[in-house]
Design a protein around this ligand. Structure first.
Ligand SMILES: [Zn+2]
Length: 150
């Protein structure tokens, strides 16, 4: 580790100290999150994604324009094995696909509710898409680079 990495390593230690194991092998950040659900922490005076901090501290490499993607779809997860570098365009494409799928599910739930309000499939339908995010993580069509071994 060089001197420039020390603040990242210290920040990662803080992040991991404020995270707890979750479903699916996730490691869930308990600190502050933005409206989109991503965790943030101050590093050298700059607000930085907690997932990015952990990815970099564990030896992950980011090329110019690359972002750290959650393979698990859980935005406040900081499990190193759930993080991968992706191009910004790939990250945006997946986000759009996820958003479109959520909208479709919501429309289908609304239609089902109108014809069968007590249908069992509606029993756990809610606005909370965490489970959808876990399910989306199972698909393997998304092209992501695995993180470098730390
Ligand atoms: Zn995860």
């Amino acid at each position: 580790m060089n001197a420039l990495d020390a603040p990242i390593a210290a920040a990662a230690a803080r992040v991991l100290g404020q995270s707890v194991p979750g479903p699916g092998g996730c490691l869930l950040w308990l600190g502050g999150r933005n409206d989109a659900g991503y965790g943030y922490i101050r590093v050298n005076g700059r607000s930085t994604g907690v997932h990015r901090v952990v990815f970099l501290a564990r030896g992950g490499q980011l090329l110019h324009g690359e972002a750290v993607h959650h393979l698990c779809g859980v935005r406040h997860c900081v499990a190193h094995g759930h993080l991968a570098a992706v191009t910004a365009s790939a990250n945006a494409a997946e986000a759009l696909a996820t958003h479109a799928l959520r909208n479709r599910i919501t429309a289908l739930e609304r239609a089902l509710r109108s014809i069968s309000p007590a249908h069992p499939l509606l029993a756990d339908a809610s606005n909370d898409n965490d489970q959808l995010e876990y399910d989306l993580a199972d698909h393997d069509a998304f092209d992501a680079r695995a993180p470098h071994a730390a």
